[in-house]
Design a binder for this molecule. Structure first.
Ligand code: 5GP
Length: 207
């Protein structure tokens, strides 16, 4: 039994190519989970096989800016020349339904979420080594050489900000990494500040 009934917002960041998407898929296969994934909005073009509304909401820059002006994004940031942002209404609805909402965003956006939703849990995913990250990005074959170089340069700037996160998880093995994140989520639910209210009501016989 979980004393905290509200869902957790889990913010995952980490350099491009570290395997955030694969870890997320492994998380969704964990038994008895009630995770949901918040699909981001982006101005970047879809990669081969990416589906609108599943991987991202692919929009024009005008449409993205319209969403910013209407206050519909929890956060947004520019990454390697493209805009990325998190729609707010989906997150609020799912958290109130008691679902764990996973978002995968870069560091500047995560820092905005830290300000706006301090109750969220922040996980920074790192590769086992820099060499491995370079190999993964090159082998992924989805970006040209200059974009890969920009993504690696971006990773160099992001590493020093890992200290702003609550947890650092090494992606040495996808299932191990997902398992650690699942353990973090369960432990975070049991934290006294999230559980005390319901616990007190139970003990007072009010529930
Ligand atoms: P990609 O182009 O590889 O799909 O994503 C590039 C970067 O943008 C990744 O670090 C990814 O986590 C981040 N990203 C994806 N969605 C969002 C979002 O909604 N907001 C922010 N700030 N970053 C995002």
């Amino acid at each position: 039994m979980k004393l905290n009934e509200r869902g957790l917002l889990v913010v995952m960041s980490g350099p491009s190519g570290v395997g955030k998407g694969t870890i997320r898929k492994a998380l969704f296969q964990m038994p008895e989970n009630n995770f949901c994934y918040s699909v981001s909005m982006t101005t970047r073009k879809p990669r081969n096989g990416e589906i609108n509304g599943v991987d991202y909401f692919f929009v024009s820059r005008e449409e993205f800016e319209q969403n910013i002006h209407e206050g519909k994004l929890l956060e947004y940031a520019e990454f390697v020349g493209e805009l990325y942002g998190t729609p707010l209404s989906y997150i609020e609805q799912k958290l109130s339904e008691g679902k764990e909402v996973i978002i995968e965003i870069e560091v500047q956006g995560a820092l905005q979420v830290r300000e706006k939703m301090p109750d969220a849990v922040f996980v920074f995913i790192v590769p086992p080594s820099k060499k491995e990250l370079e190999e993964r990005l090159h082998n992924r074959g989805t970006d040209n050489a200059s974009t890969v170089a920009q993504r690696l340069a971006k990773a160099e700037r992001e590493y020093p900000l890992a200290y702003k996160y609550d947890y650092i998880v090494v992606n040495d093995d996808v299932y191990n990494a997902a398992d650690r994140i699942y353990a973090i989520i369960r432990a975070e639910h049991a934290k006294t500040e999230r559980s005390i209210q319901k616990y007190t009501k139970l003990m007072e016989g009010k529930e």
